[in-house]
Design a protein around this ligand. Structure first.
Ligand code: AMP
Ligand code: MG
Length: 427
């Protein structure tokens, strides 16, 4: 089956208007148009952190492999315990972790056992040593009711059974997964090849670091935020620098990017006015559409696929304003790039209490930069970080989350619950 064209995808959408497109419609169109890229490689376990698993991992062994003790203590048969008076058992051996014992305790006997030690045959319970009423050289005495039958025994396979699915294809490998794979004895994993993403900034007013800042010019900051966001996603990045506001320069940059990348992320040059020649070039090079999205910050976005010399690449033409480029990246490009990588990592919005009223117009989605912190009452609350202009990058830098106010929402009152997207989790 050949890939759909953008117009085939958008024709399925009721009331499609590229000049007034709701955020969720844009997200839906992008996800339907985007396709995963092929290619896998085998990497050593320590190189797999942050990579996308290319196949299900079926557990080759049970973890743990044997029933074992969860405590340092004494392994015994629960039926030996007297419910009404003290029980004295003689200690007939010791089991250390990694050194199983063949000794089978008989009636009136128990075995000293360390955490992780294999449960001796016939034993079903472990009394932790600190719960033993009295310990002599060769025996222990247990008070009635000190433990229940079956306590402190870990079962073989309780973490993972041999033959069961341990990790699913598409999982982004995190520290726990590295440990889990190691626990299965797996030292090499098949992962998707890294996604290659080329990016550049557009604008005659942009200066690179190290250049003098001429009158009316600004330093190119978007390439740095894009570098950070793409690197965090685990992409292989191709930094193409600044492209002047000239049709030939844009066309040449897109051609070069097509030749080496799976996706191209640009910033600037897609807003009204600037968009005219961008639109012509992009239309000439492929299947690209220009949207005005019902959102703030953001709004202009170019999306599609470009082709040159037999290579194609998905294109995300993000707005130029420094906050808008980040918001558009997080809410449109991120999910698409992850989908191209074959990864499953939905954006998680969580609820938080608004510390103060927030003004909001219904009919568009607003992404307000905010700080989630403990209030005086000890409860978490979220408050907006000062000025929300789409060029004010400080609002983003100071924030630890964004409040997402959806299309239909209006003003928020202090104390209302709102959706937020946290910037950082555990890394
Ligand atoms: P544009 O979308 O190209 O009209 O740009 C909108 C605004 O964002 C202008 O004020 C630009 O100067 C600014 N801008 C565009 N690209 C960048 C960039 N790479 N770094 C910093 N500011 C930028
Ligand atoms: Mg520009």
């Amino acid at each position: 089956m050949s890939s759909p064209t953008l117009s085939e995808v958008t024709s399925c959408l009721a009331g499609y208007d590229p000049d007034a497109l709701p955020v969720r419609d844009a997200q839906r169109i992008i996800s339907q148009f985007i396709e995963p890229v092929g290619g896998v490689e085998d990497v050593a376990l320590l190189s797999a952190l942050g990579r996308v698993l290319a196949a299900d991992i079926i557990s080759p062994i049970s973890v743990p492999a044997h029933d074992n003790s969860a405590m340092d203590g004494y392994a015994l048969r629960g039926t030996e315990l007297d419910a009404h008076g003290p029980t004295t058992l003689s200690v007939v051996g010791t089991v250390y972790a990694g050194r199983p014992s063949d000794t089978v305790p008989g009636p009136g006997q128990c075995i000293r056992i360390m955490t992780g030690g294999v449960m001796p045959a016939g034993c079903d319970s472990v009394i932790p040593q600190e719960h033993v009423a009295a310990i002599t050289e060769h025996s222990i005495t247990i008070a009635p009711g000190s433990i229940g039958i079956g306590e402190n025994r870990r079962f073989a396979g309780e973490d993972l059974m041999a033959g069961s699915a341990a990790l699913k294809s598409g999982k982004i490998i995190r520290p726990a997964d590295l440990g889990l794979l190691a626990s299965l004895g797996i030292g090499q994993v098949r992962v998707r090849r890294r996604l290659r993403v080329a990016f550049f900034s557009t604008g005659d007013e942009l200066r690179s670091l190290g250049e003098p800042l001429d009158a009316g010019c600004v330093y190119d900051s978007n390439r740095y935020t894009l570098f950070g966001m793409l690197t965090r996603l685990g992409c292989e990045i191709i930094d193409m620098g600044i492209v002047r506001d000239e049709p030939q320069a844009l066309e040449a940059a897109l051609r070069d990017a097509c030749a080496c990348a799976d996706a191209i992320v640009t910033s600037g040059g897609v807003s009204v006015g600037a968009a005219d020649y961008t639109r012509d070039i992009m239309a000439k090079m492929g299947d690209v559409t220009f949207w005005k999205i019902g959102m703030r910050p953001g709004r202009p976005l170019a999306f599609g696929r470009v082709a040159a010399n037999g290579h194609t690449a998905f294109l995300f033409g993000l707005p130029g304003n420094p906050v808008a480029v980040m918001v558009s990246f997080y809410f449109f490009a991120r999910a698409a790039l992850l989908r191209m990588m074959g990864a499953e990592a939905p954006l998680l919005l969580v609820k938080a209490r608004a510390a103060a009223p927030i003004r909001k117009k219904p009919g568009r989605t607003e992404y307000q930069r905010a700080i989630l912190a403990l209030g005086e009452d000890g409860q978490q609350q979220v408050h907006i970080t000062g000025s929300q202009g789409s060029g004010i990058l400080r609002s983003m830098s100071e924030a630890n989350c964004m409040v997402v106010l959806h299309d239909e929402q209006g003003n928020v009152a202090a104390g209302d619950m709102v959706d937020i997207m946290l910037f950082d989790g555990l890394v």
